[in-house]
Ligand binder design. Sequence first.
Ligand code: CU1
Length: 522
Amino acid sequence: MEAHAMEHGHGAPKGITRWLTTTNHKDIGTMYLWFAGAMFLFAGLMAMGIRAELFQPGMQIMSPEFFNQLTTLHGLIMVFGAIMPAMAGFANWQIPLMIGAPDMAFPRMNNWSFWILPAAAILLVLSMFVPGGAVATGWTLYPPLYIQGGISYDLTIFAVHILGASSIMASLNIITTILNMRAPGMTMMKMPLFVWTWLITAFLLIAVMPVLAGAVTMLLTDRNFGTHFFDAAGGGDPVLFQHVFWFFGHPEVYILILPAFGLVSTVIPTFARKPLFGYSSMVYATASIAILSFLVWAHHMFTVGMPTAGQLYFMYATMLIAVPTGVKVFNWVATMWKGSLTFETPMLFAIGFVSMFTIGGFTGLVLAMAPIDIQMQDTYYVVAHFHYVLVSGALFAIYAGVYYWLPKWTGHMYNETLGKWHFWLSMISFNVLFFPQHFLGMAGMPRRIPDYALQFTEFNQISSIGGFMFGASQILMLIVIVQAIRGGKKAEAKVWEGAQGLEWTVASPPPYHTFETAPEVK
Ligand code: CU1
C-alpha cells in the first residue's frame, strides 16, 4: 500500500528535477547505463573514424594530429565513460536487490557520484575544440608530449580527476552497502558472485584511482607550476610516469573485467540450470587476480631498458595470473557441462564472452613473455589483444547482463529474434574487425599511426569492413532497448526459468514511476 502511494508519486519531483535529485539506486543505475550507452556511441563513432582513415594507406579524411586525438579520446571515453559507468549501472541496480538491501548505503553520495560524470564528459569533449585540439598521446598520456601540448591537457587532467572522484565515491558506497546492509542469512560466502566481483573491484578502485590522480597531478604541475617530475631537461624522468601510470593501469584492466566475470557467472548458471561450479574457488580466484594485478605493471614497459632480472620477474608474475583466470574459465565450462542448456541472447553473449575472452587471455600470455613483447611492443598485436579482452570480454558481458535484466528493468520482454541477430552480427563482425590485427601486428604494423606501408593494406581493409559492420550491428541493441521500454509482452516477476539470484524474489522500495518487475506482495 505504502509502495503503491510512492509509485504514483504525489508531490514527487517530475521531469528533469526527478533525475537530478533522485537518490534511488534503480534510478541512478538507469542513469549510469544510459550515460554509458551514450558515451559508447560517441567513442564508437571515433573508432569508425579511425577505421575509415586506416581503410587505405596514405592520408584520407583527417590530419595525423586529429587521428591521434581520436585514438586518445576513443580509449579514455570507452574506459572511463562507457565500460566503467555501465558496470556501475549494474552495481546500482542489482547489488541492493541481490543482497536484500533497501538501497545503497549513501544514497545522496550515490547521486553525486553519477552527476559529476557528465561534467567530466563535457571537459573531455571540450578538449577537442580548444586551440591545438585534444590530447594526442593516446589514453596513456605519456610524457614528454605533454610539455608542448595545449590547454586540452589541463582539461583532460581535470576530467580524469573528476572521473576518479566519482569512482572512489561509488566504490565507498558499494563496499559499505555490501559489508553492512546484507539481509539476515546472507553471509559473505552466500553472496552472488557478481556482488563479490564488485566488492573486490571497489577495493581495486580505491587503491589505484589516487595513484592515477597523483600521476596526472604531477603532469599538471610540470606543465603549469615549474616542476620537472617527467622532464629530463630538469632532472626528471619520463619513465617515472610510465611506472606510476601502469601501477594504476594494470589494476584498471581488472576493474573493467572483474564485474564482467561476475555478470557471466550470473548468466551461465541460469541457462545451464545448474548452480555455479566451484563458487568458493571463483571468489578466491577473483581475489588472487586482484592481488596479482598490483605486482605486474612493468609488463607494459619491457622496452624502456629495464634489467633482465626485472623483465624476468614481471614476465613470470604476469604469467601467474593465467592460473586463477584458468580456474574461472574451467568453472564456467564446468557449469555448462551436462547442464540443461538453452541459448537465449544473454547466454549467447556469455558463451561468446568465455570463448573470445579466452583468446584475449592467451594473446595476453604471449605478450607477457618479455622476448616476444619486445618484438610486439606498440604493434597492432597489442591492439588486437586488448580489444579481445575489452570488447568480446567486458562489452559482451555487459550485453549479456543487459539482455538478462532488461525484462526486470523495463517490465517487458525484449525482442529475442533481434537480440540473437545482434549477437551473431556482433560476434562475426568483431572477429572480422580484430582477428586480422594479430597478423598486422606480427608483420610489424605500428599502432597509433594514421598511415602504413602498402603490404598492410588487405588486412586493414578487412579490419575496417568488420569495424563498420560491428558499428552498424550495435544499432540493433538500441532498437531492442527502446522497444522493450515502450511495450511488448509483459515480463513475469521471474523471467528466466533457471534464474537463481535473490534479485528475482525481492524488491527494494520503488522509485517514482518504477518500471521494475517485482514479485507481488501477497
Ligand atoms: Cu597490464
